[in-house]
Design a protein around this ligand. Sequence first.
Ligand code: G3I
Length: 392
Amino acid sequence: MKMIRFVGVFTACAILLGTFTSCASNLKYSGSALPEYAYDETAPSLYEEFADYFNVGAAINPSDLVEGTEQYNIITKQFNVFTMENDTKPDHVHPSEDTYNFTNTDKFVEYGEKNGKILRGHTLVWHSQCPDWFFYDDEGNEVTADVLVERLKEHITTIVSHYKGKIDTWDVVNEVLDDNFGLRLSNWLKIIGDYDGDGDKYDFIEIAFRTAHEADPDARLIINDYSLETSENKAITMYNMVKQMLEEGVPVDGVGLQMHIGYDTDIEQARNNIEILAKLREVNPDFVIEITELDMSCYSWGDESTEIELTKEFVQQFDDKYCELFNMLMDFAEQGIIDTVVFWGYNDGASWLNGFPVANRTNHPLLIDRDLKFKSAYWALMNLPSQRQTAD
Ligand code: G3I
C-alpha cells in the first residue's frame, strides 16, 4: 500500500510541475488542470489521441461490463478495441463436445455494438485453457487425426458463425510456436501432424484459418504469439511459416505480437523483429501486425522479488520505455504496418502479472493504477502524438 501511495503522490507532484515526461516541452497535457482519476468525465481519451496512428484497446472481463460503474466508464472512454481476457477461450465457450457457452461473450458483443467498438475474439485454438475432450474419446484413448480435424472444424465453424459480422478479428491460433525452435509440440500438432502429406506440419493451423474464413469471410484472422518482439529466432520462424502459408493461399491476415515486455526491454530489438515480420507484406501487401496483449512488467525476467520500490528514477525509466515503445509503434503505423495496439488489462490491480511468474507479486504494468488513477506513463503517452506532429 505504501508503494502505491508513493506513486500516487509522485504522479500528483509530477502533474503539478508538468515535468513528468522526458518527451520535451510544449506539452498538450500538463499542469494542475489534469484529471487525476481515470473516470473523470472531463478526462481525454487514449484512443482518440492516437486516432491518426492506431486503435487502442484493452483486454477486459465480464465485471467491467456493468453499466454505470467506474470500470465501464473508463474502458468506454479510453479504448475502442476490446478482447475478453478469458471468456472466449475454448474452455469457457466449448467446455464439452455438446456444450457451447456463449453467455459472457454475447454480453461482450452487446456492449461492443452499443458503444461502436471493435471486437477481438481470443482465441479459437490454443494448447492451454483447452479442454481434454477434444483429444480423447469416451474410453480415454487419443482420437485419430480425422476425428480431431472434424472436432476442430466444428468448433471453429460454430463459434465464428455465431459471431459472424460481430467479432471483427479472431486470434485464430495462439502460441503455436515453440520457445526454442519450430512448432510447439501440442496435442493439435501431435495428433493432426502432416495431415495433407505435403511435408510440413502446419496443417492444424491451415485448417483453422481456412475454416474460420469460410465461417466469416470478412473477419480479420490473426496468428498470435509471445516473445516475437524479443526473440529474433522466433520472429524468423513465424515469418517462414506464415510466408509459406500465404503462398499456399491460407487466409492469414496478420500476426499478433502479444508484447508482454519488461521495463528493460530492448525496443530496437522489437523494431528489428517487426521489420522481419513486416516483410510478409511482400507476399500480401495488406498483411498487418497487431499488438495484442501489451503490458510492461516492473521486474526484470528472472527477478524473484515480490515488491518493487517505485522510486522517482524507476518511474521515469518506466515512462520513458513506454514512450520509446509507442514512438516505435507510431513509426510502423505511419507505414500502415500496425493499426491496433491492445493492452492486456487496463489497470494494475487486475493485471495477470500480479502473481506471474512469481506468486503473490505486486506489479504495475499498465497506464492506470490500482486506485483507477491515471499514472504518469499515461500522460507521457498522451503527449506523444502532438509532440510528434509538432516535430514534423
Ligand atoms: O475463474 C477461476 C476462479 O473461479 C477460480 O477460483 C480461480 C482459482 O485459481 O481461477 C479462476 O480462473 C483463472 C482465470 O485466469 C481467471 O482469473 C485461472 O485459474 C487462471 O489460470 C487464468 O489465467 C489466465 C491465463 O491466461 C491462463 O493461461 C489469465 O487471467 C490471462 O490473463 C492469461 O492470458 C494469456 C493470454 O490468453 C495468452 N497470452 C498470454 C496471456 C497471459 O498469460
